[in-house]
Structures are given as C-alpha cells and as structure tokens.
Design a protein around this ligand. Structure first.
Ligand code: PRP
Ligand code: MN
Ligand code: MG
Length: 181
C-alpha cells in the first residue's frame, strides 16, 4: 500500500515536539486546577489523539467525555455552520470543563462550543488546543492552553484529516496541494 508520507510537502510539528508540549501544558493544567476535578471534553473526531495523550499525561483524576460537532464535512474550508452530531453524556452543572481540540482554524467551532457549554451551568470553561492558525481567524477565541501557532496551510495528521484520511499520521504535516486541488 502507498504510504502517507508521499502526500505531504513538509512536516510542521513532529511527534516528539507534540509530546514535549503536551507534557508542558499538563504541568500547567495540574497547577491551575489544583484541588478541582477537571472534565476533559474532547471534540470528535480531530481531538482523539490530543485527548488520548493529554489525558494520560495528567496525573490527577480527570473525567472525560466527548462531543461530535462538525463544520467542515469533506472539504478544506469551514462552512461556519456547526452541527452537534453527538452531545455529552455528562451533566455540566458545577463542572470545570476543559475543551480539548486539535486545531483552531477560523475559530467558529470553538467560539460556538464555548458559548454552548457555558450556558449549561458550568463552574468554568477553558480551552486546550494543540494548534492554531492565527492568519485564518474569523472570530477571536481565548485559548488558555495552546500548543503551537502554525501558518495558514492545510495540515493533516495527529487526528487532523482530509476527507477522513491522514488522521493516523504521528506528526502534523502540510498536505501536498495536488491532493486536494
Ligand atoms: C476541524 C478541527 C476543528 C475545527 C476547526 O474539525 O478538528 O474541530 O475543524 O475549524 P474552525 O476553527 O474553522 O471551526 P472538522 O469539522 O473537520 O471535524 P473532524 O474533527 O471530525 O475532522
Ligand atoms: Mn474537529
Ligand atoms: Mg476534519
């Protein structure tokens, strides 16, 4: 079978850089939430890898739950329309929610999600995102725990897909334009 690497132009963030950054973020999160239980809310499907690695890096007990929302479908551009495909199983009343995302692109998904979760009686809601594209921002989103700012190019890997492919790549890489154009 053809290997993923053939479809990429450049590795942007390596597996090692990701793990080092997640460890750093986990230490900050542990300090900030001292004595409070965190509910990690992973945003399916892109956040699966970040959620798995961040959750295992955290030493205290955490709860985990998942939401499935989608604003991209099969394309490369955000439609701006956020749909809930699967809601949380957890009652958020009084909970300290930490949303875990792979990437902030336009910011539309997270700004919508932030407002949605805050309306459910939470004690606090913060965001942890591995990647952000500052040049693609259409709305401002305050991210307390950020991994890396990256250029405005179509990236895949470590959970990020193009038409459901490339999520299994261990690094984050730029997808070769001939793949999607
Ligand atoms: C991607 C990504 C973020 C969102 C960011 O998800 O995982 O959730 O887009 O884009 P935005 O900041 O412009 O809203 P996608 O909708 O592709 O679903 P997926 O996680 O299942 O791939
Ligand atoms: Mn996503
Ligand atoms: Mg996607």
């Amino acid at each position: 079978a053809r290997e993923i690497e053939a479809d990429l132009t450049e590795v942007l963030v390596t597996e090692a850089q990701i793990q080092e950054k997640l460890a750093e973020l986990a230490r900050r999160i542990e300090a900030d939430y001292e004595g409070r239980e965190i509910l990690l809310v992973g945003v399916l499907k892109g956040a699966v890898m970040v959620m798995a690695d961040l959750a295992r890096e955290l030493r205290p007990h955490v709860r985990t739950d998942w939401m499935a929302v989608s604003s991209y479908g099969a394309g490369t551009e955000s439609s701006g329309v956020v749909r809930i495909l699967k809601d949380l199983d957890t009652d958020l009343t009084g909970r300290h929610v930490l949303i875990v995302e792979d990437i902030i692109d336009s910011g539309l998904t997270l700004s919508w999600l932030l407002a949605n979760l805050k309306s459910r009686g939470t004690a606090s809601v913060e965001i942890c995102a591995l990647l952000r594209k500052p040049d693609a921002a259409r709305v401002d989103v305050t991210v307390k725990y950020l991994g890396f700012d990256i250029p405005n190019q179509f990236v895949v890997g470590y959970g990020l897909d193009y038409a459901e492919r490339y999520r299994n790549l261990r690094d984050v890489a730029i997808l070769a334009p001939h793949i999607y154009s």
